[in-house]
Design a protein around this ligand. Structure first.
Ligand SMILES: *Cc1c(COP(=O)(O)O)cnc(C)c1O
Length: 367
């Protein structure tokens, strides 16, 4: 079976977890602090704070940026649900902007039209591992005095004009969930160079605590454990190698699938890198099978492919009821019908690529 994701856990991770277990101190402690230091260094920010998930990272970042009830937050309807749920939990209103069909990222030319006097922040997503159009976005954000909170959950290590994502906006949010490019099972990170923000986030993850039984504000228990931090420290050291393995696999898939009719390959826009969290193609009407049949047939051939995401976010009932309807974001809706992600992770071998490519070519030929 060729899996769509498979965490690469070496002896370094195992040893690091063992050390934490032996220390007897499992909760947030020195390993979390060490991870925060190296994560900030990696992203080129002054600070990083570890939290329990990418979702918690986005929630904490919105809170630190001062987003609250009645505010509007701009994002796209083509992402994982975790981009939008924290906006709802904060009490803010998600305002959606359609995607650029070439990159699946926010269409910055439509950004200006979505801004109102209530807009407080933009949450761009670096979807599938490709940095979004950051200059255009930052220009609009600056003009209207908006905070930029990057959903960088899929894109650790990706760059825009030579600068790492997560350090482009006011705050960056990362996930260390088991399927991400680097992982700790569950976990999240917030990056920023703003001292006030990091202070708020470190309080927010721990009940608003400022000292022993001193609570300056409300908060959650969004802490990461030292067990997870120990894994993440080792994974971060391997991030660039993992990413280049993904990029090499993507290059092979791109080369070998180039002439398949009915498959549109991923495009990388200028001035940025793509770390291929997913290798996502579009299956067009020219392909003899529907997207769901295609995924099913690949599975029969031992290849796990996936539709990320099969539905645009505004089509889920708890979001639709805010006033959205099908037809509002045609590019996101079209992408949701067409996208298929193929295995691209570092454990996918050259032989696996051959298996994937020949299975797809057979399906394309109607056999
Ligand atoms: C994974 C992911 C999240 C949420 O991360 P969790 O760690 O699962 O909470 C948010 N946004 C995007 C785009 C993601 O891929």
């Amino acid at each position: 079976m060729i899996h769509i994701a498979s965490p690469d856990i070496g002896p370094e991770e195992t040893a690091a977890v063992n050390d934490v277990l032996k220390s007897g101190m499992l909760a947030q402690g020195p390993k979390v602090a060490e991870l925060e230091k190296s994560f900030a260094e990696y992203c080129g920010t002054k600070y990083a704070a570890a939290v329990s998930s990418g979702t918690a990272a986005i929630h904490a970042a919105l809170y630190a940026a001062g987003v609250g009830p009645g505010d509007e937050v701009i994002t796209t309807p083509f992402s994982f649900i975790a981009t939008i749920n924290p906006i709802l939990f904060i009490g803010a209103k998600p305002v959606l902007v359609d995607i650029d069909p070439a990159t699946f990222n926010i269409n910055t030319s439509q950004l200006e039209a979505a801004i109102t006097s209530k807009t407080k922040a933009i949450v761009p997503i670096h979807l599938y591992g490709q940095a979004c159009d950051f200059d255009e976005l930052a220009e609009t954000a600056n003009k209207h005095n908006l905070k930029v909170i990057e959903d960088a959950c899929q894109a650790i290590g990706a760059e825009y004009k030579g600068k790492k994502i997560g350090g482009l906006g006011d705050l960056g949010c990362f996930s260390l969930y088991a399927t991400k490019n680097i992982m700790s099972g569950e976990g999240g990170m917030v990056t920023t160079s703003n001292e006030d923000y990091i202070k708020v986030i470190k309080q927010f993850r721990q009940h608003g605590m400022t000292g022993p039984y001193e609570y300056a504000d409300i908060g959650y228990n969004y802490r990461m454990t030292d067990l997870q931090a120990a894994i993440a420290i080792e994974q971060l050291k391997k991030a660039d190698n993992f990413n280049s393995a993904r990029q090499k696999n993507a290059e092979l898939l791109n080369d070998k699938l180039a002439d398949v009719i009915g498959i549109e390959l991923p495009q990388i826009a200028d001035n940025r890198t793509h770390v291929f969290h997913q290798f996502t193609v579009r299956l067009t009407e020219e392909f003899p099978l529907s997207r769901d049949e295609f995924i099913e047939k690949l599975k029969e051939n031992g290849i796990m492919a996936g539709a990320y995401y099969p539905k645009a976010l505004h089509e889920y009932s708890h979001i639709a009821k805010l006033g959205f309807k099908t037809g509002d974001f045609p590019e996101a809706e079209k992408a949701a019908k067409q996208v298929v992600s193929l295995p691209v992770h570092p454990k996918v071998s050259k032989d696996d690529i051959e298996t994937i490519v020949s299975a797809i070519k057979e399906l394309a030929n109607g056999s």
